[in-house]
Design a protein around this ligand. Sequence first.
Ligand code: ATP
Ligand code: MG
Length: 328
Amino acid sequence: MSETVAVIPGDGIGHEVVPAALEVLDSVADVEFVHVEAGDAVAERTGDPLPAETLEAVTDADATLFGATGETSADVILPLRDAVDSFVNVRPARTYPGVDAVQPETDLVILRENTEGVYAGIENRLSADVSTLTRLVTQSASRRFAEFACEYVESNGLDGFTIAHKNNVMRVTDGLFVDTVREVAAERGVDADDAYMDAMATHLAMDPGQYDVIVCPNLAGDMLSDLAAGLVGGLGLLPSANVGAERGIFEPVHGCAPDIAGEGIANPTATILSAAMLLEFLGADAAARDVRTAVESTLADGPRTPDLGGTATTDEVAAAVVDRLPEG
Ligand code: ATP
Ligand code: MG
């Protein structure tokens, strides 16, 4: 494999966890990295959080590894997701031996619609007193998203998914979303359950084992995946993939964590697991498996970063993962 991977560390701990993940990627795959910048730091220097050169590198690359950005986040990741036409965000959350989890039986994937809902960016300040937000849901985007969800369920040998929504209140928009997803599931012979997203938050906290795949609109996916992170031991563990038809952007669920940036103690696991999802996306399934196995064994035996109760640095964890990879 000699694919091109655009690399954007971003801000804060992005500059710590992305190099850690690159070390792992470099040990298992023959990929060419194209290093580019985005986020607060480059905006401060140039006035532009997303330079044209970065956008071009991402659209030219086979896949992108992204760290995290700070204040400029919405100006960076939203256009980047657009640039690769990413219509779904895949967010797995599971527990690992050796990591204390609030709910040890959690093993689920959140599939988040990535283009619409309240994150479509249609906001207006109508007067000093009044501001509005338009929630966009289209049948076409819901259908494409649902087709991906069905394929995900089928290719992972699962029975079905649960739709999280609020169609009792957002009758028109979530009405269309749920009806469309249900229709596609019926066509494909995939089981589709559903639950109100607020009730699901309670179910997730108390009994996450009942869920395999949760399918939801944009904001619900954002919220529920941070909740899931809490169940399995923290944000430092959750990877994600922004998947488009041809390209993908792979990033940890967490942000740039300004509170610990520069200390060298950020947990690189989420970003290393995002790199494993990137490998899978590029068809390097065996390499992806090797990375996951090495991560699992490192979480089980240590070293661990302080968020997981350890004392190790980011680099020590990355080195331990590299050590556990099979000889190449
Ligand atoms: P965003 O708005 O980008 O989602 P956020 O404000 O939600 O960002 P994060 O940057 O995700 O914040 O951080 C939330 C908390 O989790 C912080 O206390 C941070 O230190 C911690 N945290 C996030 N990622 C990691 C990591 N990789 N390792 C250790 N701690 C982390
Ligand atoms: Mg957050």
